[in-house]
Design a protein around this ligand. Structure first.
Ligand SMILES: [Zn+2]
Ligand SMILES: [Zn+2]
Length: 306
């Protein structure tokens, strides 16, 4: 299987410098894992990249998950090449109606955030900015949903890796896995940390883990470093909520006072992350929520998995 990494830049409004890692797998069939953000420049960019390797006649685009920075350019590719665009059924609603999915997520975050001490005016500012951006980019993306895929006699298959999103998958070929945002060097945004820990465990058997952003490929050691990062974050949350803490206290202890001065919309991911840590600790019986306060019962978690 020939593997080509295509680093598709983010349009400037989503943060220059970063980009989405798409991967072209060429064997019996031509598979593109993820695509990138849709923009005029990126359409030209990906067309050129695929034509260069003679792979414009793609067979299938497999999405590691339903986030815009992974699927939206794929809609263009599907239309132009005729390849099918495939997403796990649990992320299918994002390709059907991204705005609604995004609004629901935002409402949930805001519920916790307002109760947890954040200024409703600032959250409203963030909501307007983010929902507007999502609705500009979102449109119905014709797609096929799956629970598991096996292509070319099983030489390319998927593995469910929920945590970052419910429908996150890895695309497996040989001893390599294309893990999307289930694994990014350093840290990754999670909706469900318990599922994420299980998914990281599954990634450890692979020699090479190709992430959805930044440096690639990664090894088992980096997967273990990410686990350790989450564990140290959880310990920090436990220590700050020893005598009771609001969500805002947890967010500032994790990310610093400084970040509260940032543009409102940049608060949302740190808030999402802090909620994921607290919910994980709550299901493990290590913290309890009473009104807008979280209280921890233990100093540290010894083993997060199990
Ligand atoms: Zn993502
Ligand atoms: Zn991503």
């Amino acid at each position: 299987m020939r593997i080509t990494q295509i680093k598709v830049p983010f349009p400037s409004e989503y943060g220059r410098g970063r980009g989405t890692n798409a991967y072209l797998l060429e064997g019996e069939i031509k598979v593109l894992v993820d695509s990138g953000f849709d923009s005029e420049e990126n359409r030209k960019f990906i067309r050129k990249a695929l034509e260069k390797t003679g792979a414009w006649d793609l067979d299938v685009i497999v999405l590691t998950h339903g986030h815009l920075d992974h699927f939206s350019l794929g809609v263009y590719l599907q239309r132009e090449t005729g390849a099918s665009l495939m997403v796990h059924k649990d992320d299918s609603e994002m390709l059907t109606d991204y705005s609604t999915y995004y609004s629901k997520w935002f409402e949930e975050i805001c519920g916790y955030a307002v109760e947890g001490g954040f200024d409703p005016g600032i959250l409203e500012e963030a909501r307007i900015k983010l929902i507007t951006a999502a609705s500009i980019l979102s449109r119905y993306a014709p797609h096929e949903e799956f629970t598991e895929i096996s292509l070319a006699g099983g030489s390319v298959r998927t593995m469910h890796l929920p945590g970052h999103t419910d429908g996150s998958v890895g695309v497996v070929t040989g001893d390599a896995v294309f893990a999307g945002d289930a694994m990014i060097e350093g840290s990754t945004v999670v909706r469900d940390l318990k599922k994420e820990f299980n998914s990281l465990e599954k990634l450890k058997v692979f020699k090479r883990v190709y992430p959805g952003h930044d440096r690639s490929p990664l090894s088992r050691a980096e997967v273990e470093t990410l686990e350790a990062h989450f564990v140290s974050r959880l310990d920090k949350v436990l220590s700050v909520s020893r005598g009771g803490a609001r969500l805002k206290d947890v967010v500032t202890s994790l990310y610093g006072e400084m970040m509260l001065d940032h543009a409102p919309y940049r608060l949302i991911l740190p808030i999402n992350q802090a909620i994921a840590y607290l919910k994980y600790l709550e299901t493990e019986g290590h913290v309890e929520k009473r009104g807008g306060m979280w209280y921890s019962f233990v100093e540290s978690i010894s083993s997060p998995v199990g």
